[in-house]
Design a protein around this ligand. Structure first.
Ligand SMILES: [Zn+2]
Length: 307
């Protein structure tokens, strides 16, 4: 059997991501870039919040620089690119395979089958975490929560032997592309993983944790009930983490009317899990003054009413 068929999936993903750094596809080389990190231990819930200053990410919006580096194909044929008619800016879909192959020829897509459907994992060039991939469905279908999505996430976590964390951002809860189903994955631990069981009520935003053999069904029932209560406004984040034999599903109830926080902008799955990446010049002051109170303030602002 060829080595590629026996290599664990987590190793394939980690090796491919490192190669994408050497290829120059990632905005900065993770081996050499200096990233300033500040920790802020919140005594009330026991979570050591993490703030990171990553100004290199700002290049992600600089088309000329992306083209100069070859991250974005300067010769792309715009007429070939699929655009979701609902996108008010009429941007091409960043997650459709055909668009990626036309726009990002350096990107190495890793094919996956999750819960019976085809997906691709592609290194996130504006990476936030180590081994940070976007995992996108092969089909252009909405970023809507479903039992399939939860099962696909759990399956991916299990297939990496628990080495990758898997996150889902619902619409209005950090999802930048609501038209195409996708997850974020990384090997970097999230601060909330260290929170002691029973401390959930002291966490600054709404979180519920599901463990044990019935965790998938239990989490799905609670998430579905939350979304059903207000289909127009309710949304959510999910994080699946922990060792493969003792997996935890974290569910964060969200409300699309509370999508953003001052000092941070859009709040998604990484932030609600206690990880704050700051990169814009306007955010540097917040990074320099990172405290547990700042983390609590950001998370309090996205806490839904009555939860
Ligand atoms: Zn798409």
């Amino acid at each position: 059997m060829p080595a590629s068929q026996t290599k664990p999936l987590a190793d394939t993903l980690i090796d491919t991501w490192a190669q994408q750094g050497r290829d120059g596809f990632l905005l900065s080389d993770p081996q050499t870039v200096a990233i300033e990190t500040a920790h802020a231990l919140d005594e009330s819930c026991g979570v050591n919040f993490r703030f990171r200053w990553m100004p290199h990410r700002e290049v992600r919006g600089d088309v000329k620089e992306l083209e100069r580096r070859g991250i974005l194909n300067a010769q792309r044929d715009e007429s070939k690119l699929f655009r979701d008619p609902r996108d008010p800016h009429q941007r091409h879909c960043f997650l459709c395979e055909a668009n990626i192959r036309e726009c990002h020829p350096m990107e190495r897509l890793v094919p996956l089958e999750l819960a019976g459907r085809a997906y691709f994992a592609g290194a996130n060039f504006a990476w936030i975490e180590h081994d940070h991939y976007t995992v996108m469905s092969a089909e252009h279908t909405d970023q809507a929560y479903s039992q399939h999505a939860l099962e696909a996430m759990a399956g991916l976590h299990a297939r990496t032997d628990g080495r990758f964390r898997v996150l889902f951002n619902g619409p209005g809860a950090g999802a930048s592309i609501p038209w195409h189903l996708h997850y974020q994955i990384t090997t970097t631990p999230m601060p909330i993983e260290e929170m002691t069981v029973g401390q959930e009520s002291a966490y600054p935003t709404a979180v519920q944790r599901f463990v044990g053999p019935e965790r998938l069904a239990a989490a799905h029932a609670v998430i579905d009930a939350w979304l059903s209560r207000d289909r127009d406004n309710h949304s959510m984040n999910v994080l699946i983490a922990g060792p493969a034999d003792d997996t935890t599903i974290f569910f964060f109830a969200r409300d699309q009317r509370r999508a953003k926080a001052t000092n941070k902008g859009l709040v998604g799955g990484f932030e609600v899990a206690g990880d704050f990446v700051l990169s814009a010049p306007s955010e540097e002051a917040a990074f320099r003054s990172a405290t547990p109170a700042l983390a609590r303030d950001i998370l309090n602002q996205v806490r839904p009413d009555g939860v």
